[in-house]
Design a protein around this ligand. Structure first.
Ligand code: DQA
Length: 143
């Protein structure tokens, strides 16, 4: 099974950015742990700080043959209707993930404009949010 793990704005700073909230491991370290934990999955890892770049990547996933997308859209989660429309435009299931518990933080983080068009949401488990999303997608595929 082929999965895209996509991270949006500021997630490249994981490991040094607010470590009390996002942990002290880098995104690269988390990605290699995912590969080690799920050796049967063909992963592609993508990170961008650009809304348009993330939308372009989402547009391609059906054609590129991905079985699912694990998406941490960062703050775009809370306001990007363009990203929401991009997710709506594809058939591949997308799981929304957040490392922090967005419901236990500032008010603006309690709104997600993408949840409604995602297969499900996992929030609050640090790096394990990514692992749980991969697990959910791989179970669905009945591997
Ligand atoms: C985040 C939560 C968002 O509110 C925030 O803007 C991020 C990271 C998380 O992983 O907890 O950049 O998506």
């Amino acid at each position: 099974m082929k999965l895209l793990v996509a991270n949006g704005p500021n997630l490249n700073m994981t490991g040094t950015r607010e470590p009390e909230t996002y942990g002290s491991e880098t995104l690269a370290a988390i990605n290699s742990q995912l590969k080690a934990r799920f050796p049967e999955v063909a992963f592609e890892f993508f990170q961008t700080n650009g809304e348009g770049d993330l939308i372009d990547k989402i547009h391609g996933v059906d054609k590129e043959g991905f079985d699912g997308v694990v998406l941490n859209a960062g703050a775009l989660t809370h306001y990007s209707y363009s990203l929401r429309d991009a997710i709506s435009s594809i058939k591949t299931p997308v799981i929304e993930v957040h490392m922090s518990n967005v419901f236990a933080r500032e008010e603006f983080r309690r709104t997600s404009v993408i949840s409604e068009v995602c297969r499900g949401t996992i929030t609050g488990f640090g790096k394990i949010s990514y692992f749980a999303a991969v697990f959910a997608l791989s179970e669905k595929a009945g591997k």
